[in-house]
Design a protein around this ligand. Structure first.
Ligand code: GLN
Length: 522
């Protein structure tokens, strides 16, 4: 290790990095030192809430020794990863950005973390987020304050996984994990000019993820290129007996099928063990890469929505025309359910949150009121009133309200019906189409404070993203555009459940064919 090594290091991809490790021009310790140095220099961005310097360096040294001793390296050998402050990392603090979890240390690893570590990943720290992942701007941050968008620190990072997005945007780690309940990966990825993937519900175990709304929550990935995201997805995916909602579906070779020479025959998302069909000549002869012509649905109402920035609409419309020229079938279909999506989402998620968050009672762990005279039930009342922030309390109250006798039918069961109708409609759409494309967010990153006094204006930032969570399908945001205001924005692509492989292949082609947003050196 030389001092210059860690200062000169610049990350392009897991593949290149591991090549350099194998050639001996770099060590895992160099990489960790590089990120520690950047985290320190860019600490004003407030992306990390905890940095695990000692542990990260120890793991790096261990990996370096193992590699030098000739041990076969894991797939994530030396990959430096940041995790959102809602994901458990054994023996380390995890707070969900809330006073209520002050002083709490994880008793076990989240399955996602455990699987990454088994493949040699290095956890460098916990990343900032909205309290209990509730928010769209990381401004609901009563403990740590918000993470700042590195492109313009007056602007929001997006939320709730704001710190996870900024960490990748500002090269404070190689990749990061977030959680996405209604857009918390795709929306900050859009605001920060990077890629954000929310997999199918149940693709990655939620064991060790602090719950917000359990039937919506999903762990996902922030990165700068599709092949890295594919490797991480493959490592973390698959059934986990500790999460009954994790899927037993086999995990395809996401990563392998993205390499330039791989046969493009796994577009049907079959696992690698399944019989592969030889490439059909008409597919491989298409002008658009190896994946061939895609049938793409565009939900008309998403583009005509009054909250959509006209410039975003124009750029996306132009982009869709270009896809047609490249040979894809792009069809605008009517989708009259758009206006129901955000209300249904907020009714169902707050209902689930009101139940999930009842465990934080000040008795067993976390914050407890110092008022010894509070008595019963005052003790609970005070601990919870003092421990939770404003938005979390608003949602617990709203969720309790929509579930209460007399209002249940008017709100909760209606929202459930909307979810059911959406699921049925989605099935029909995917009978005819491979993909749905839309803007990721109606606007680019807004100014801090601009929407914080108006929760409903803030909730509209989720207009295009909550749909995927309501119906459990995967969605990705790709940073393909730059607004004249200088900020990036993305396109969102969604496929049917467990079609991550097609989604990643299509995304890869778009990233190669279009000049994606280039983050300036920070
Ligand atoms: N912005 C949405 C909300 O506040 C989404 C949050 C999330 O995905 N965790 O609920």
């Amino acid at each position: 290790m030389t001092v210059s090594n860690h200062l000169l290091f610049s990350f392009t991809s897991i593949y290149d990095y591991q090549e350099a490790l194998n050639e001996g021009t770099l060590s895992c310790r160099d990489a960790v030192l590089h990120y520690l140095d950047r985290i320190n220099r860019l600490s004003h961005l407030n992306a990390f809430v905890q940095v695990y310097e000692k542990k990260a360096l120890e793991t790096a040294d261990q990996l370096d020794n193992e590699r030098m001793a000739g041990k076969k390296p894991g797939r994530l050998h030396g990959v430096v990863i940041g995790i959102k402050d809602v994901i458990c990392f054994k023996d380390h603090p995890v707070t969900a950005g809330s006073h209520i979890l002050e002083g709490f240390h994880s008793l076990y690893h989240a399955t996602a973390v455990e699987r990454m570590m088994k493949e040699g990943a290095i956890m460098i720290g916990h990343l900032n987020c909205d309290e209990f992942a509730m928010g769209s701007s990381n401004e609901n941050a009563p403990v740590y304050g918000r993470a700042k968008n590195a492109l313009d620190t007056e602007k929001v990072s997006g939320g709730s996984s704001g710190g996870s997005a900024v960490a990748v945007q500002a090269s404070l780690c190689m990749l990061s994990l977030g959680s996405d309940t209604g857009g918390s990966i795709r929306q900050p990825a859009d605001f920060c000019g990077i890629i954000g993937l929310k997999p199918t519900y149940g693709r990655i175990s939620r064991y060790g993820l602090i719950a917000y709304a359990s039937s919506f929550d999903q762990i996902g990935i922030f990165g700068r290129n599709i092949s890295d995201i594919a490797v991480l997805l493959e490592v973390m995916s698959g059934f986990d007996p500790r999460d009954a909602t994790s899927s037993k579906k086999p995990v395809p070779s996401y990563a392998e099928s993205l390499t330039p020479n791989a046969q493009r025959t796994t577009v049907n998302d079959q696992p690698p063990t399944a019989n592969r069909q030889p490439p059909t000549s008409n597919r491989s002869a298409q002008s658009f890469g190896g994946q061939g012509r895609q049938r793409i649905a565009v939900l008309k109402e998403t583009l005509s929505h009054p909250s959509l920035d006209p410039e975003i609409r124009d750029k996306i419309t132009e982009f869709l025309s270009d896809l047609r020229i490249k040979g894809h079938e792009v069809v605008e279909i009517s989708f009259d359910l758009l206006d129901y999506i955000v209300p249904a989402y907020y009714i169902l998620t707050t209902a689930e949150a009101s139940s999930n968050l009842s465990r934080f009672d000040g008795v067993r762990y976390g914050y407890r009121t110092t008022d010894n005279e509070a008595g019963f039930p005052g003790f609970y009342l005070k601990s919870r009133s003092e421990g939770f922030g404003k938005e979390v309390k608003r949602r617990i109250l709203l969720g309790t309200f929509v579930l209460s006798a007399g209002y249940y039918d008017a709100y909760f069961s209606k929202a459930q019906k909307v979810r059911k109708i959406l699921t049925e409609r989605t099935k029909l759409i995917f009978n005819e189409f491979d993909l749905i494309l839309s803007p990721t967010v109606p606007t680019t990153a807004f100014k801090t404070g601009e929407k914080s006094s108006d929760p409903t204006a803030m909730y509209l930032a989720d207009l295009y993203t909550v749909y995927a969570n309501l119906v459990g399908i995967p969605g990705i945001s790709l940073p393909l555009f730059t607004h004249t205001n200088g900020m990036p924005f993305g396109i969102q692509a969604m496929t049917n459940q467990f079609r991550e492989l097609s989604l990643l292949q299509f995304s890869n082609e778009l990233m190669q064919q279009y000049k994606s947003y280039e983050i300036p050196t920070l």
